[in-house]
Design a protein around this ligand. Structure first.
Ligand code: NG6
Ligand code: CA
Length: 516
């Protein structure tokens, strides 16, 4: 399908595209079409890598990318949770514009409209082959999915020609792999049923049958038990299709490697979405005990090894200097996200958020500021960049790289910053966490008043709520300990005006964040 055909029926006002314009022509002339790989971690924190200052854990393979590419210190996910961040990355639109862009259950319908322009569609229009391997969590189908039939729409309908995914998260049912819309290894005599409302007659659950679990739930995660791990949601059947948690990382690696091998003759875009270090943390036995920090540290080492193996494949196939690699994470870190897995107990002096305040779910920096690396051997010079950049900007920047003039309202063309040619990025950025928003501008961040609890007790994370305005200078106070809202009323006023221009008057809302 050609780009122009793809654009027919694109909904919404956000898209600017002028077919055959002088601008497009100029872009085509300077375009290069390297392979593009986005390695997307799940819940990896700003301080979780040795290249980002961790001293208690060593991640040499990821560090090789970080030290050999542009390592961003102000690189953000659009959101402090998974689904909205993935939405922002793939659409180039802020997730808070879509009211349904929240953490989705495993039965949720596809969140991205099939008529919407997406990063993979844009790249397809530029002659790329497109694939996704790993965690999806953007919904599937259009209401009620029959997991025993072809599942559509899904990744293949929003621009990926190849998909090998898990539907939602490792802790949510269905616990099966789906290849191009079909559950892998499904026995038709043992059909899969999934519900997020009620259990299936006679099926054990984490709540009622703790004796059948090998991992204990702390909060939530007490529905169906698969491989000894109690999950979110109920599932019945599909025995032969169920994944083995310990093999998941190897399994996705193998799929990513074979995608590369079978597409080496054409420019390809691979969105490789890791499941680590999200819960349940299930390192392969090769990595068990290796970090001394329990499963959370072990799966970070496992992921680092995967990155090394994946890079080896690019090298063996002679693709490494023709492949632009982006490494980043969908949101910040969390220790106890619902299972007793020693993440808290064995943490020692490691600081997953580095110097940042908060964590996953938080409007404080650790929610959205994440490891963020652009690596392109021979093309991008190693450097540390303080430019303000966001994953929502990949859309327009990669369009510019590959000769497309596609832009969205929210996605800025920051290609020079991404390639380390310029040290400045955005001037402003809206950050989102569990439905709340804050505004970053230059070195300042303003969090409007939110009255809900300051902390989610179950995960022990401060999420940024305060009945008063918060204003922090992130250059002087990266840890957000000194609220300057009262002492710097001019700056506060300016930030409120900018925020109001986008959202209207900030209201102090009661926002009890409940994780369920
Ligand atoms: C929460 C889950 C958490 C995790 C998160 C999604 C409970 C109590 N907590 O609701 O464990 O699955 O959703 O994480 O169920 S994310 O990284 O995919 O956004
Ligand atoms: Ca996540």
């Amino acid at each position: 399908m050609g780009f122009k055909e793809i654009l027919v029926g694109v909904a919404g006002t956000a898209l600017f595209f002028s077919c055959g314009s002088a601008q497009e022509k100029a872009a085509e002339d300077t375009a290069t079409k390297p392979n593009i790989v986005i390695i997307y971690m799940d819940d990896l924190g700003y301080g979780d890598l040795s290249s980002y200052g961790a001293t208690e854990i060593s991640t040499p393979n990821i560090d090789k990318l970080a030290d050999g590419g542009v390592r961003f210190t102000n690189g953000y996910a659009t959101s402090a949770t998974c689904t909205p961040s993935r939405y922002g990355l793939l659409t180039g639109m802020y997730p808070w514009r879509n009211k349904d862009a929240k953490i989705l259950p495993g039965t949720a319908p596809l969140l991205i409209s099939t008529s919407q322009l997406t990063l993979p569609k844009m790249l397809r229009g530029q002659g790329y082959k497109t694939g996704v391997v790993g965690k999806w969590h953007l919904g599937l189908g259009s209401g009620s999915v029959d997991w025993n039939k072809h599942i559509s729409p899904g990744p293949n309908e929003i621009g990926f020609e190849y998909s090998y995914i898990m539907a939602a998260t490792q802790d949510r049912v269905p616990t099966v792999y789906i290849e191009n819309g079909n559950v892998v290894n499904l026995d038709p005599n043992d059909p899969i049923e999934v519900s997020y409302d009620e259990n299936f007659e006679g099926e054990p659950t984490g709540k009622d049958n703790p004796e059948m679990t090998t991992m204990k739930w702390h909060h939530g995660h007490n529905n169906s038990i698969v491989n000894g791990i109690p999950r979110i949601g109920f599932m019945k059947g599909g025995e032969s299709a169920k994944w083995k948690d310990e093999d998941m990382a190897d399994h996705f690696l193998e799929k990513a490697q074979s995608y590369v091998k079978s597409h080496k003759e054409v420019p390809f875009f691979l969105y490789y979405a890791f499941q680590q270090p999200h819960v349940p943390r299930t390192p392969h036995p090769r990595f068990v005990g290796k970090s001394g920090m329990g499963p959370r540290g072990d799966v970070i080492l496992e992921a680092d090894w995967m990155v090394g193996e994946f890079m080896k494949t690019l090298e063996e196939e002679g693709l490494v200097d023709n492949t632009l690699i982006i490494f980043t994470s969908d949101n910040g870190p969390v220790l106890n996200d619902g299972y007793y897995d020693d993440a808290v107990e064995k943490l020692g002096t490691h600081t997953p958020a580095g110097p940042l305040r908060g964590g996953k779910y938080s409007l404080f920096e650790a929610g959205t500021r994440v490891p963020f690396v652009v690596y392109w051997q021979g093309k991008v010079q190693p450097m540390v960049s303080d430019a303000l950049v966001c994953q929502v900007d990949f859309f327009s920047s990669l369009a510019s790289l590959t000769g497309s003039a596609a832009l969205t309202d929210d996605s800025q063309n920051l290609l020079p910053a991404f390639l380390g040619k310029e040290k400045t990025g955005r001037t402003e950025l809206v950050l989102e966490a569990t439905g709340r928003t804050a505004l970053r501008k230059g070195e300042w961040i303003m969090i409007p008043p939110y009255r809900g609890a300051a902390k989610i007790e179950s995960v022990n994370i401060e999420i940024g709520n305060d009945p008063n305005y918060q204003l922090y200078n992130l250059t002087n106070d990266i840890g957000q300990t000194d609220n300057l809202a009262e002492s710097n009323p001019e700056k506060l006023e300016e930030m409120i005006m900018d925020y109001t221009a986008i959202f209207g008057e900030p209201e102090s809302k009661v926002e009890e964040v409940v994780l369920k």
